[in-house]
Design a protein around this ligand. Structure first.
Ligand code: EPU
Length: 420
C-alpha cells in the first residue's frame, strides 16, 4: 500500500489542469449499456473507480477499449448480473441497475455494502424502479429488479437528506427506454446529472429539465451510439483551490466550469481570499489572514459535501471559530480525528464540526479513511510545518487523477512511497 509523504511549508504557485469528472464518468460509462452501438467517452479520468466501472461493463459483456482519457464501449450483447466481488469495490456500481433494467428489462446487482461516510441506502432508487413498473426483490445480498415492460410514471427523488444523485441518474437511465412519459419531481440538480442527461440525449433520448426541479423524459424505443466529453471535475477543481488558499502564492486552476464551483469560490472569498474568475480558469491568491466562517453542506448549488473535509482543513488555520455542518452525510467526519493529530482544534457537536483556528499545524503520520477526508489530510500536510505521512492513499487514487504529481507541478514537496 502506497503512502504520500508531504513536506509542508513550501508555497504553491503556477497552474494545473482539472481532469474530467469522476462522478460524471461513472454513470455515463454505465449508460453505454443502453445501446448496442459503439459509444466514445472522452475525458474519463485515470482512477481506480473508473477502472472498476470498466471491469463491470466488461463483466456484463461489453467490449471496452481505453486509450488515455478516451474510452470506447460497445455493448452489443449484454447480460444483467453484476456480482458482489466486483460491485463491493465501488458503491457507485449501483448505477448499472438503471441501464441494465432499461436495456434487459431485468437486472441483478449485489447490494452495495456499508460505507465509511455513513449509511447509504438506495430506497429511493428502488422506489423509482417500482414506480416504473418493476418488481424489486432483495435476495442473498443481491437486488433483483425486473419488469416485462417499463411504463412512464411520476417519481419523487427527495429523501430525508435531499435528493439522490445516483438515484436520479438510475431513474433517468431506466426511463429513457420506458413506454410513455416519466416525470422526476425534486431530482438532484448536480452538474453531473445534467452531463448524463446530455449524453443520453446525444444517444437519442428525449430528456428535458435536467439541472432544474423537474425532469421530463419521453421514452423512446431505442438509443444509438454517441461521442461525448465529460465535464471538468468540480470537486478536484475545488480541492486545488483550497490547496491554493492554504499554501499558495497564486494558483490557477484551469479547465474548470466556474459556475460549478461557485459555492466554493464564494466560501473562499468570504474567508478573505482574492478569487479571480475567468471563463474557464480560476486564480486564488492569499490576501492577508484568512477568517473563520460558518458553512453548511447542501445539495447543488449549495456547498458540496464532497468539499466539506477540505474546508475543515482550511478553517483549522483560519482566524477565529468556524462551524461546518454536514447536512448530506451527517457522519462524514473521519478527517476530524486525523486533523487533530496535526494540531488542529476541532470538536464534533452532532453533525457540526466546531473549529477553533490555530496558528500552525505540525506534520504527523495520519491515516486516509475515505476519498475526500484523505485529500483534506494532504492539504493540511502542505500547510503544516515538518513532514506529514498519509497512509492508505488508495482512497485518494479512487477519485483524484495523479493528485501528487499535480501538486508537485505546483511546487509542493510531496512524494509517493511504497509502504512496507
Ligand atoms: N439517500 C437516501 N436514499 C437513497 C439514496 C440516498 O436516503 O435511496 C440519502 C443518502 O444517504 C444521503 C443523501 O440521500 O444522505 C444523498 O445521497 P446521494 O444518493 O445523492 O449520494 P450518491 O448519489 O450515492 C453521489 C456522489 C457522492 C456525493 C453524493 C452527494 C457519485 C458516484 N457519488 O453519491 O460522491 O457525495 O452524490 O453529492 O456521484 C465522492 O465523490 O467522494 C462522493 C462520495
Amino acid at each position: 500500500m502506497d503512502k504520500i509523504r508531504v513536506h509542508g511549508g513550501h508555497p504553491l504557485s503556477g497552474s494545473i489542469k482539472v481532469s474530467g469528472s469522476k462522478n460524471s464518468s461513472l454513470p455515463i460509462l454505465a449508460a453505454t449499456l443502453l445501446t448496442r452501438e459503439p459509444c466514445v467517452v472522452h475525458g474519463v479520468p485515470d482512477l481506480s473507480d473508473t477502472h472498476y466501472m470498466l471491469q463491470i461493463l466488461m463483466h456484463l459483456g461489453a467490449q471496452v477499449e481505453r486509450a488515455s482519457g478516451t474510452v470506447s464501449v460497445t455493448a452489443e450483447k449484454v447480460h444483467s448480473v453484476a456480482p458482489y466481488d466486483i460491485v463491493r469495490k465501488m458503491r457507485a456500481s449501483v448505477c448499472v441497475l438503471g441501464p441494465s433494467l432499461g436495456r434487459c428489462k431485468e437486472a441483478t446487482v449485489a447490494l452495495p455494502g456499508g460505507c465509511v461516510i455513513g449509511d447509504r441506502p438506495i430506497d429511493l432508487h428502488l422506489k423509482g424502479f417500482e414506480a416504473l413498473g418493476a418488481a424489486v426483490r432483495v435476495e442473498g445480498g443481491d437486488i433483483k429488479v425486473f419488469a416485462p415492460k417499463l411504463k412512464g410514471a411520476v417519481i419523487n427523488m427527495q429523501g430525508k437528506f435531499g435528493p439522490t444523485v445516483l438515484g436520479t441518474d438510475n431513474i433517468m437511465m431506466a426511463a429513457v427506454l420506458a413506454d410513455g412519459v416519466t416525470v422526476i419531481e425534486g431530482p438532484a440538480q448536480e452538474p453531473e446529472v445534467v452531463d448524463l442527461a446530455n449524453f443520453l440525449n446525444e444517444m437519442g433520448a428525449k430528456i428535458e429539465g435536467a439541472g432544474t426541479r423537474r425532469i421530463v423524459i419521453e421514452g423512446v424505443p431505442a438509443l444509438h451510439g454517441a461521442e461525448h466529453w465529460v465535464i471538468p471535475d468540480r470537486i478536484e477543481a475545488g480541492t486545488f483551490l483550497v490547496a491554493g488558499a492554504m499554501a499558495g502564492e497564486g494558483v490557477t486552476v484551469k479547465r474548470v466550469e466556474p459556475e460549478h464551483v461557485r459555492a466554493v469560490t464564494d466560501a473562499l472569498a468570504r474567508c478573505g481570499y482574492a478569487v479571480d474568475i475567468g471563463d474557464d480558469s480560476i486564480t486564488i491568491l492569499p490576501n492577508g489572514e484568512a477568517t473563520a466562517q460558518d458553512l453548511v453542506t447542501e445539495p447543488y448549488p449549495g456547498f458540496p459535501t464532497d468539499m466539506q473535509a477540505q474546508m475543515c482543513a482550511l478553517l483549522s488555520t483560519s482566524r477565529g471559530t468556524s462551524s461546518v455542518t454536514e447536512n448530506i452525510f451527517p457522519r462524514r467526519y473521519m478527517h476530524v480525528a486525523e486533523l487533530k493529530r496535526l494540531g488542529a482544534k476541532l470538536r464534533l457537536e452532532g453533525a457540526t464540526a466546531v473549529i477553533d483556528g490555530v496558528d500552525r499545524l505540525l506534520g504527523a503520520p495520519v491515516m486516509a479513511s475515505d476519498l475526500r477526508a484523505s485529500a483534506a489530510l494532504v492539504l493540511a500536510g502542505l500547510k503544516a510545518d515538518g513532514t506529514t505521512e498519509v497512509s492508505r492513499v488508495y482512497h485518494i487514487d479512487r477519485g483524484y487523477e495523479h493528485l501528487d504529481e499535480k501538486l508537485m507541478e505546483l511546487g509542493a514537496h510531496i512524494e509517493r512511497v511504497k509502504e512496507t
